[in-house]
Design a protein around this ligand. Structure first.
Ligand code: DGL
Length: 279
């Protein structure tokens, strides 16, 4: 892609901003976290948002926790240099691998996310919950702890969706290869009788319609984007960091993708035109 040097108005004035007027930094291994960004933008329309897609290093799902933590530090440093007041790790895999080390290293509020096992266990009528996520998330100690806390009274069936993140990164949401992967990964969950399926990776809400078509109307799909936005709002309120100004917030994107269509994919997922700079 052709890079632009971006300096939105709110960044150029950043020296004069109070902390509450600063932007919120949101990042993911790639474009998946835009599904979380949408919830944040609708709940907090006056907040400036800076989204970073680490697409050059996606997927994180097959990387070691140490490799993911290194990437998270690099992205956090990039966003902190832009004076952000809070960070949202819009990635289940990165949260599982790095959130503890991030909270130890940085002092600003950091909001992470985890697969929605708790709400799914509460919502399931037959007590069988499926979880679609990355290999990294499913293998993590954080996920084991989540099952220990909330998965005791239900049967939890997990499925790693290798290759699905890449389909979303390429913008191939309705393509036949994407549908084939979704059919393959949903089959074991349906065979076990899951009536509730957790979308445990922020890329998956972008193929929610295809997943819904495959699993049928009787199966509920749950993700955590809205809950993360609410948690962010609560934390900003508690830290007195909500932007009190009544102007619409600016949204800024950065990517290190080398794909020709990187901007187009971001705009397609965001649903409108977007200013995209280079990471
Ligand atoms: N969006 C990331 C997540 O929520 C995808 C991880 C990956 O890049 O494999 O887990």
């Amino acid at each position: 892609m052709i890079c632009k040097i971006l300096m939105p108005e709110f960044l150029s004035k950043s020296n004069n901003l109070t902390q509450s007027q600063a932007a919120i930094g949101v990042f993911d291994s790639g474009v998946g976290g835009i599904s979380v960004l949408q919830h944040i933008h609708s709940l907090l329309p006056h907040e400036h948002l800076i989204y970073v897609a680490d697409s050059k290093h996606a997927p994180y799902g097959n990387k070691t926790p140490a490799e993911i933590t290194e990437r998270c530090f690099a992205l956090a440093d990039f966003l902190i240099a832009k004076n952000v007041k809070a960070l949202v790790v819009a990635c289940n895999t990165a949260t599982a691998a790095a959130i503890d080390d991030m909270r130890e290293k940085y002092t600003l509020p950091i909001i992470g996310m985890e697969p929605a096992v708790k709400p799914a266990a509460e919502a399931s009528k037959n007590g069988i919950v499926g979880v679609l996520a990355t290999t990294g998330t499913l293998k993590s100690a954080q996920f084991a702890a989540l099952l220990e806390s909330y998965g005791r009274n239900v049967k939890v069936v997990t499925q790693a969706c290798v290759g699905l993140v890449e389909c979303v990164e390429r913008g191939e949401l309705g393509a036949e290869n994407t549908k084939a992967l979704i059919r393959q990964y949903c089959a074991p969950l349906l065979a076990e009788g899951a009536d509730t399926i957790v979308l445990g990776c922020t890329h998956y809400p972008f193929v929610r319609d295809v997943i819904a078509e495959v699993v049928g109307k009787k199966v509920s799909l749950i993700d955590t984007g809205a809950a993360v936005a609410k948690q962010l709002k609560r934390q900003l309120e508690e830290s007195d960091l909500l932007n009190a100004f009544n102007q619409p917030g600016e949204v800024q994107f950065f990517t290190n993708s080398s794909a020709e269509n990187a901007n187009k994919v971001i705009e397609m997922l965001w649903g409108k035109s977007a200013e995209v700079g280079c990471l």
